[in-house]
Design a protein around this ligand. Structure first.
Ligand SMILES: Cc1cc2nc3c(=O)[nH]c(=O)nc-3n(C[C@H](O)[C@H](O)[C@H](O)COP(=O)(O)OP(=O)(O)OC[C@H]3O[C@@H](n4cnc5c(N)ncnc54)[C@H](O)[C@@H]3O)c2cc1C
Length: 389
C-alpha cells in the first residue's frame, strides 16, 4: 500500500467533482480526483440540460475556453411559452446574445462532463480512474482517504461522489427530507434534421394531448427533453412503454422520434445534516450533500456554486464559512424546488382554482401569465446573497 501526499482530494469525477478540481487548480492548489468508475465507463443518462448564466460565469472565470465551449455546444431557446389546456397564456422571446453574455446554455450533461474533463486536463488536475473511495479519516491537521489500492493524505477532501456518497457515510452524516409521492416520466428525443424539433421551451398545464397531464418540453443541443407529470393512478413504466402511442402527438409530424434516454422519478428533496465533518477537513458538495427536484435546475447549478465555495474554503481555510453558507443555500434551494413541486402537483383545490383563474385572466393580465410561467420553477431569488443557487 502506498501513501501519496496531496493537498486536496476530490472524490468523484461527476460534473461537481470536475468543477471542484478545476476551481481548485484555478486557485493554484494541487488536486487529485479519485473516481470509482473506469475512464470510458458510460455515464448514467442525460440528466442536467440547463447551465445557468451564473454557472457559466463561474466556470469561464477558471477557464475561458471552457466557458466558450459550454455555450458553443449548447443552445439558447427561441422562447419560453406556457399553455393552459392547449391555449397559450405566456410567451417570452430570447434575443440572441454573444457567447460571453448567454443567459444560459442547454446541452446534455455527458457533453458538459466531457468538456469539464478536457478543462481539468488543461489545468493539470489529475484523475485516478477505478479508484473508489472506501474510507475517510479526518483529523485536526488533515485527512486520510483510502481506496482499495492506496492511502492518500491531504489537507482537505471534498466529497463529490453523488447521492450515495461513501464520503458522507464515512463521516457519519445523514440526509434528511421528503420524497415526492408523484412520479415524473422523463425522456430525451434525438433531433431529426428532416423534421426539426421546436426551439421553444413549452410548459403545458393540463395538456389535452396527454389527457390533461402537465407536460414540459425543453430543447437542448441535439434533442428535446420531454417531462410528463404522471397522475397518481398512473403506472410510470406502462406510460413510458406506451410512448409510441402518445409521443408523436408532442413532436412535429413525421419526426423519427428516436428516444435516447428514458427514466422516471419520484424526486427526493433532501439535505445533509452538515456539509463538513467535525474537524473541518471533509467538505460535501453537489448530490453528496443535497438532492432537489429538478424544477428550477437547482441540482447541478447549485453543485457548481458548492464547487466554487469549496475551492475558496480550501484556499482560505474558512471551512466553517463553507458549512454555514452552503447548508443555508441547500435549505433555500430545497424550499424553492419544493414550492415548484407543490405548484406542479397542485393537490389543494385552492391551488388548482388559482391556476384556472390565472389562465382565465392571462389574455388581459401579463402578470397572471407570468405567474403561470414562472411558478413551476419555484421562487427565482432563493435568498442567497450574491448567488441564485
Ligand atoms: C431528470 C433530471 C434532470 C436534471 N436536470 C438538471 C438541470 O437541468 N440542471 C441542473 O442543474 N441539474 C439537473 N439535474 C441534477 C443533476 O443531474 C445532478 O445535480 C448532477 O448530476 C450531480 O452531480 P454530482 O457530480 O454531484 O453527482 P454525480 O453526477 O452522481 O457524480 C458522482 C460521481 O462520483 C462517482 N463515485 C460514486 N461513488 C464513489 C466513490 N466511493 N469513490 C469515488 N467516486 C465515486 C460516480 O461514479 C460519479 O462519477 C437533473 C437531474 C435529473 C435526474
Amino acid at each position: 500500500m502506498s501513501t501519496t501526499p496531496t493537498n486536496v482530494l476530490v472524490a468523484g469525477a461527476g460534473p461537481v467533482g470536475l468543477a471542484t478540481a478545476l476551481l481548485l487548480r484555478a486557485r493554484g492548489l494541487p488536486v487529485t480526483v479519485l473516481e470509482a468508475a473506469a475512464e470510458r465507463a458510460p455515464r448514467p443518462g442525460s440528466r442536467a440540460i440547463f447551465l445557468h448564466r451564473q454557472s457559466l460565469a463561474t466556470l469561464a472565470a477558471a477557464d475561458p475556453a471552457l466557458g466558450a465551449e459550454l455555450v458553443r455546444n449548447g443552445l439558447v431557446w427561441g422562447a419560453r411559452c406556457t399553455y393552459f389546456a392547449g391555449r397559450e397564456v405566456h410567451r417570452r422571446t430570447y434575443t440572441p446574445a454573444p457567447a460571453d453574455r448567454a443567459p444560459f446554455s442547454s446541452l446534455p450533461q455527458p457533453v458538459m462532463e466531457e468538456l469539464l474533463r478536457a478543462a481539468c486536463r488543461r489545468a493539470g488536475a489529475g484523475i485516478r480512474w477505478n479508484a473508489p473511495v472506501t474510507g475517510v479519516e479526518p483529523a485536526p491537521d488533515g485527512v486520510l482517504v483510502r481506496t482499495p489500492d492506496a492511502v492518500y493524505r491531504a489537507a482537505y477532501a471534498v466529497g463529490c461522489d453523488g447521492a450515495r456518497s461513501a464520503v458522507r457515510r464515512a463521516v457519519g452524516v445523514g440526509l434528511r427530507g421528503p420524497r415526492s409521492p408523484y412520479a415524473f416520466l422523463v425522456l430525451d428525443v434525438a433531433d431529426d434534421p428532416a423534421h426539426p424539433l421546436p426551439l421553444d421551451r413549452a410548459f403545458h398545464y393540463r395538456d389535452p394531448r396527454m389527457d390533461a397531464r402537465n407536460v414540459l418540453t425543453v430543447p437542448f443541443r441535439g434533442g428535446l427533453r420531454v417531462d410528463v407529470q404522471c397522475r397518481p393512478d398512473d403506472d410510470p413504466d406502462a406510460l413510458g412503454a406506451a410512448a409510441d402511442d402518445w409521443l408523436p402527438g408532442l413532436l412535429p409530424a413525421g419526426h423519427a422520434r428516436t428516444v435516447t434516454w428514458s427514466s422516471h422519478y419520484r424526486f427526493q428533496q433532501v439535505v445533509a445534516d452538515a456539509l463538513t465533518d467535525a474537524h473541518g477537513r471533509v467538505l460535501l458538495a453537489g448530490e453528496a450533500g443535497h438532492l432537489f427536484a429538478p424544477f428550477g435546475a437547482r441540482g447541478l447549478n447549485s453543485g457548481i456554486a458548492d464547487a466554487a465555495a469549496a475551492a475558496a474554503a480550501a484556499a482560505t481555510g474558512d471551512v466553517s464559512g463553507y458549512a454555514a453558507a452552503r447548508h443555508r443555500a441547500a435549505v433555500l434551494n430545497r424550499r424553492a424546488a419544493g414550492r415548484a413541486l407543490a405548484h406542479l402537483t397542485a393537490t389543494g383545490p385552492w391551488h388548482r382554482a388559482a391556476q384556472r383563474l390565472a389562465a382565465a385572466a392571462a389574455p388581459r393580465s401579463r402578470r397572471a401569465g407570468r405567474w403561470l410561467d414562472s411558478a413551476p420553477y419555484g421562487p427565482r431569488d432563493a435568498g442567497i446573497p450574491g448567488s441564485r443557487y
